[in-house]
Ligand binder design. Structure first.
Ligand SMILES: [Cu+2]
Length: 140
């Protein structure tokens, strides 16, 4: 019996690995990300494609503020795999204050939303963030 359970959990593990997905987000010509709210599963990846110049990805918050993904270079391809459930907020370093923000919800988990809402932002960025949170919650 134990053996069967072991084999079954092995199959489950492999199914999970093989179903990990990758979402691609472009830098648009309008100083924004092509997908502003990304909802993904634990273990999924996001790739940012430098389709337009002058942008990057800098994380402002996540479920673990001490181990946020590192800031990407301007005009560079960037990829992150998300293994911790929760809400992540990032922006473009040059255009964050004018609202070039992105929100990622991993595992439909909003436990750290309050921390994300408390991040210091410009007025414009704050209003963009509240719009993105509304979108994230509306289809959860
Ligand atoms: Cu930008």
């Amino acid at each position: 019996m134990q053996r069967i359970i072991f084999i079954f959990s092995l199959i489950l593990t492999f199914t999970k690995i093989s179903s990990a997905e990758t979402i691609q987000i472009d830098f648009t010509p309008y100083d924004s990300y092509s997908i502003e709210v990304a909802k993904i599963d634990v273990g999924d990846s996001i790739e940012w494609l430098p389709k337009n110049e002058g942008h990057n990805v800098e994380f402002l918050g996540g479920p673990d503020f001490d181990s946020l993904p590192e800031k990407s270079d301007l005009n560079a391809f960037y990829s992150v795999t998300f293994n911790l459930p929760g809400v992540y907020l990032y922006h473009c370093t040059p255009h964050g204050n004018t609202g070039m923000l992105g929100l990622i919800i991993v595992g439909n988990d909003f436990h750290n939303l309050k921390n994300i809402e408390n991040i210091e932002l410009s007025r414009t960025a704050k209003s963009v963030l509240s719009r993105l949170i509304r979108i994230a919650k509306s289809d959860s």
